[in-house]
Design a binder for this molecule. Sequence first.
Ligand SMILES: Cc1cc2nc3c(=O)[nH]c(=O)nc-3n(C[C@H](O)[C@H](O)[C@H](O)COP(=O)(O)OP(=O)(O)OC[C@H]3O[C@@H](n4cnc5c(N)ncnc54)[C@H](O)[C@@H]3O)c2cc1C
Length: 373
Amino acid sequence: MPNEIDICIIGAGVVGLAIAAELANPDRRVYIIERNRTFGLETSSHNSEVIHTGIYYPENSLKARFCVEGNPMLYGVCEKYQIGYKRLGKIIVAADDEETKEVERLFHQGVRNGLTDLKLITRAEIKRLEPKVEAVAGLLSPSTGILDSWGLMRSYLGRARENGAEFVSHTEVTGIEKVAGGYKVSLKEQTGASSFTATIVINSAGLYCDKIAALAGIDVEKAGYRIYFAKGEYFAIDPRVGHLVDRLIYPVPEQAGKGIHISVNLEGHMKLGPNVKYVDAIDYSVDEADKINFYTAAHKYLPAIQLEHLSPDFAGIRPKLQAPGEGFRDFIIRDEADKGLPGFIDLIGIESPGLTSSPAIAKYVAEILKNNI
Ligand SMILES: Cc1cc2nc3c(=O)[nH]c(=O)nc-3n(C[C@H](O)[C@H](O)[C@H](O)COP(=O)(O)OP(=O)(O)OC[C@H]3O[C@@H](n4cnc5c(N)ncnc54)[C@H](O)[C@@H]3O)c2cc1C
């Protein structure tokens, strides 16, 4: 690595890679630093791979803005770079009158967020679209889809490299110190330790974003940047159950997640998940004992699913700003100039819909930096 670079992006998840693709330019020395052996091994490859539309989030929040903006951008990226995707559509289903009110509230929230294709549908319409689904009412979102998240990350990295960015794996950022004209970034590599100076540092370290902010000298508790780990487990549905649904089917959301939904990936693999379990440590195991809760949640809207159809699949961990029992928390994306750290860009709490939002977040970061680079 050279002693001086222009932009250091910490973390090669989908967000860091999208930012690299946006900022890379043959006249700039852009480096993506990743401590794992390759890109995308953490949250960006342990998720539902859903292209969300932005229904759930309060209007004017960054989550709403970037999801609504990111949805068509992502379909455009998939088309242009031949990344696998399917615009399946989704239905949020209501089991009773109370849930119908929640579905109606979500419809109005989505409309306030700028969505124009949402439709409230009746039991009969649900039956016509999805004969195996039981619900009294629903909200149809035709623009929800699924994509190949690895394909997306490969494409972002390919574009970044074509424009001169360098990807450095097996290298952990261990220190960040403000120096004249930028930051001294210390590294732990496989072969030892080193450092370089970067004019701009971008913290897109996912589950460890608060640790990186602390390395730069930010008081994480005071700034409200503390990250909680919220595990989301998935159970696979045995393909022998036969054809169940054409669309993604979601229940009404729970306090800290979107509810245990049924989804299909591009290979046709059906799964249920994710639940929400706050945990102290990162561990991707799936607890077989949770199967009964998945069955109970899904059986309510898909009675064809039986307990024996489910088997543990995989888990992901959300980097949540929202403490257990706390209300909505938005993404934090900002230049920390007011904390004495100009050109240090923090991305904190990039949980769902971070995958969908990735192209819009990258554009926003470029906008923040436009006067610095
Ligand atoms: C269960 C679950 C389901 C989800 N479903 C969806 C969905 O369907 N649709 C959607 O839009 N979003 C979804 N999300 C959210 C989405 O997956 C994330 O928002 C997104 O992947 C975050 O990407 P990232 O690049 O910020 O983080 P990450 O993918 O975690 O990448 C951060 C990288 O930083 C690296 N790093 C950390 N510390 C250091 C260091 N000191 N030095 C060097 N490298 C470091 C890590 O190794 C990692 O590779 C889901 C998330 C979860 C957990």
